[in-house]
Design a protein around this ligand. Structure first.
Ligand code: SAM
Length: 260
């Protein structure tokens, strides 16, 4: 019933089942459970993506730009695509400075895990990554990760993407850097311990965690202060070394676990 709705057909089934089971415990009727399940899935995933994605058209344009070696055109198309994901889109006005600042604070990186990636992998041309780097991107939208898989094939990197409910589990192979961008608040709407569990299991030398400082509607409502407190609770007792960066729509923490 939930999965037959066109908005949710591409969402990871295991994730939908988890949300539905949580909601069922709190509701007395199936009708209310379905409604609450749809609302929750909208809040944590559906609200970020446009209802119409133009995956085959975008892929055709990206292939064309690659074949004609037109990197200016390639990056322009990436920018256009990033506008179709509300969370990734917010980073566009400061994208170049964002990744310059982050990567200039890090040693050379050979592997990245992008958790709940949205369209962030479309920002790879701004990251200045070395050829052959391993990049694994995961999210709950099957159509989005299928598109990313075709996109990765056009880049000089070892890129992979998978549909993954990161509340259930995360990839635990060792990586140099993990991105968890503006995602922990979404996950914790479904499972309050999700952020803690990810940090317990992640095998990353560096972790970039960020929080939104405005809602999708544009209101800030003390979000920055709240998320600063939440972040401090999340990392309490973990012995991490942390650097903080502030961007107009994003509060960012670069964590080093390596010196331990
Ligand atoms: C706020 S967006 C952040 C997107 C991206 N990290 C960025 O900052 O550009 C949250 C993302 O988390 C994904 N998501 C939500 N719940 C998830 C789950 N349980 N497992 C994996 N991804 C999830 C959504 O589909 C969405 O793309």
């Amino acid at each position: 019933m939930v999965t037959s709705s066109p908005r949710y057909t591409h969402i990871n089934r295991q994730f939908i089942m988890r949300v539905a089971q949580n909601e069922l415990l709190r509701r007395s009727s199936i009708k209310d459970t379905i409604k609450a399940t749809k609302n929750k899935i909208h809040q944590v995933a559906g609200a970020f993506v446009q209802s119409e994605m133009h995956y085959s058209e975008w892929l055709g344009s990206l292939k064309n730009a690659t074949q004609t070696r037109n990197m200016v055109e390639f990056t322009k198309i990436c920018q256009t695509i990033m506008r179709f994901h509300a969370s990734t889109r917010e980073r566009l006005p400061f994208l170049s400075g964002f990744y310059k600042q982050i990567f200039s604070s890090l040693p050379p990186i050979q592997s990245i895990l992008d958790i709940a990636c949205g369209f962030n992998p479309l920002a790879i041309p701004w990251m200045g990554l070395p050829t052959g780097i391993h990049y694994l991107a995961i999210d709950i939208f099957q159509d989005l990760v299928d598109f990313l898989s075709n996109y990765f094939a056009l880049l000089p990197i070892q890129g992979h993407s998978e549909s993954f409910d990161v509340i259930e589990s995360i990839p635990t192979h060792p990586v140099d850097l993990a991105f968890i961008l503006k995602t922990i608040p979404c996950l914790e709407q479904v499972d309050k311990l999700a952020g803690n569990r990810i940090l317990d299991h992640l095998q990353a030398k560096y972790i970039l965690i960020s929080y939104p400082v405005r809602s999708l509607g544009g209101r800030s409502k003390g979000m920055q202060e709240n998320y600063q407190i939440q972040f401090q609770k999340l990392i309490a007792g973990r012995g991490y070394q942390v650097k903080k960066y502030e961007y107009p729509t994003e509060l960012v923490y670069l964590i080093s676990t390596e010196y331990l």
